[in-house]
Design a protein around this ligand. Structure first.
Ligand code: HEC
Length: 491
């Protein structure tokens, strides 16, 4: 069922470019559908003391300030959904908050806890703290502090980057008539000598339409080609569906962003080298549910100082990115019908929609992992899973970045499976498209030649959108296709 060979390099780069090429169409609307205004109607009794003697000021406030407030105030990513600026803000919707906390949807940390290594930026919260919030809400959500008591974050969910440069393109992209619009723009840091980038952060502008960024490095030698494309169709940038590519073949992906992804920070002593005149090309994926909205998202960079470069002996360790692919074969369930439930017809459809290359990826991945579609024919109940063992990238792991689409339910990565050294590295038991985290090991994790990574993904067709024709799903980039993709950054 599995093999230890790796994909041909060219395909890896191609596929690396595809990783975000499909963003879910339901976006944040889904999450926002539970309306806090409704929840507030159920929590009007704010004045009584709780029977469990949990007090807001001593017990609840410190938990919220440590686990929630950095995301739910000021410019935090959760503020537009729910602002936690004062004690009253949370007391009025306490039951709604307790519901999301009990359900383990908040704070957002999709790992089960069975994983055997620790990660930085671990947002998980203890069961005791969870229970405190639940009990306080159930007891009437009393406040023992003034309603306007400000809540102040005592911990940051993501380390703020200390940006040296923030780059946006010259003017916003106005949008188009397309539903899914992939637009490439040049973001020029205007470097006049060699610089080492140590952190990259996507700064989204119009989050109602922006679904991902894929950030590529373009060497100075190929800048002219990008300039030629830029604006050629009358709008800023150029269309770059599926795989952003230059004729020179010189684009290399260096970073990306999807909902839930924080800044990308490289460990001390490592970085991305940019020489004089090198620029970034960023593919922005816009998804216009209702109407096109102008967007001028940008990126922020932190650069190594002269002292840091000197301390590293004149050059930092370059960071390498690898893509590990695991098969996707999700047959229609026995209760689903339609012409596209035939695998051949489904692949033909991909060819028409996204081109020849896209339709071939599933064949490549299956071959690399030694499986055929027949191996998945027994998945007739609507759920499916797949696994593949690959040679581990060699070096110190900076981060793992698992990626699936909206039918994803589980993701697991095991180092050296079925050996005495077996170690569960990642265990996501409730995949959430909204929360696609990069996982940065706390202790150095160094993989050697001969090490194997087993990657397993699971899907559930019950998550298929209502009203869309059923089809056999294979590895591809469309919104309703699926992936089992793992980005690995090593040095
Ligand atoms: C890493 C940032 C982050 C942290 C930490 C975080 N949230 Fe959130 N929260 C968000 C974002 C973004 C959303 C909207 C997307 C979603 O629902 O997943 C959200 C949604 C919510 C919602 C639903 C709002 C709605 O209108 O649907 C509630 C309630 C909530 N968070 C409560 C909490 C609580 C309580 C904590 C702490 C225990 C917390 N959050 C921690 C970012 C965060």
């Amino acid at each position: 069922m599995s093999s230890k060979r790796l994909l041909p390099l060219a395909l890896v780069f191609t596929v690396a470019a595809l990783i975000f090429a499909a963003c879910g169409s339901s976006g944040t609307e889904e999450a926002a559908s539970a309306d806090p205004a409704n929840a507030s109607a159920t929590t009007e009794t704010v004045a009584t003391a709780t029977p469990t003697e949990i007090t807001f000021g001593n017990d609840v406030q410190p938990i919220l300030e440590a686990n929630c407030v950095s995301c739910h105030s000021d410019t935090g990513p959760g503020t537009t959904h729910l602002e936690m600026a004062t004690a009253a803000d949370v007391a009025t919707i306490a039951e709604f908050i307790a519901f999301r906390v009990e359900d383990k949807q908040m704070p957002p940390w999709p790992q089960s806890g069975l994983q055997e290594i620790d990660y930085q930026y671990d947002l998980s919260m203890s069961d005791d703290d969870r229970q405190t919030i639940i009990d306080w809400a159930a007891g009437g959500a009393a406040l023992d502090v003034p309603e306007d008591t400000p809540l102040t974050a005592t911990a940051q969910a993501y380390p703020p980057i200390d940006a040296d440069i923030v780059i946006t393109a010259d003017g916003p992209y106005p949008g188009s008539e397309k539903v899914d619009d992939y637009r490439c723009r040049i973001l020029d840091p205007e470097f006049t000598d060699t610089n080492w980038v140590t952190s990259i952060e996507t700064r989204p502008d119009e989050t109602r339409v922006l679904h991902h960024s894929l950030i590529y490095r373009l060497p100075a030698s190929d800048r002219a080609e990008a300039d030629e494309r830029d604006g050629a169709d009358g709008a800023p940038g150029w269309t770059c569906q599926t795989v952003p590519r230059m004729d020179s073949g010189s684009l290399r992906q260096v970073a990306g962003w999807a909902p839930g992804t924080g800044p990308i920070t490289m460990p001390e002593g490592s970085g991305l080298r940019m020489d004089a005149g090198d620029t970034f090309v960023v593919q922005w994926h816009y998804h216009y549910d209702a109407e096109a909205l102008p967007d001028n998202s940008g990126i922020a960079l932190e650069l190594a100082t002269d002292e840091e470069i000197a301390a590293a002996g004149g050059a930092l360790d370059p960071v390498r990115n690898r893509a590990l692919l695991t098969p996707v074969e999700i047959p229609c369930a026995s209760y689903e019908t339609g012409a596209l439930c035939d695998r051949g017809a489904a692949v033909q459809r991909l060819m028409v929609e996204f081109g020849f290359e896209s339709a071939l990826i599933s064949e490549f991945v299956n071959r690399q992992c030694g499986v055929t579609p027949d191996d998945f024919a027994h998945f007739t109940e609507g759920t499916a899973s797949s696994t593949c063992d690959v040679d581990a990238p060699v070096g110190e792991i900076i981060s793992f970045w698992p990626h699936m689409h909206e039918l994803g339910t589980t993701y697991r990565m095991t180092l050296n499976p079925d050996t005495p050294d077996e170690k569960l590295l990642i265990d996501i038991d409730r995949w959430d498209f909204q929360w696609q985290m990069g996982y940065y090991p706390v202790e150095p994790l160094i993989l050697s030649p001969g090490d194997v990574l087993r990657i397993e993904c699971g899907w559930d067709r019950a998550l298929w959108p209502v009203g869309v024709e059923s089809r056999y799903i294979v590895w591809a980039e469309g919104t309703q296709d699926e992936m089992c993709y793992t980005g690995v950054a090593v040095r």
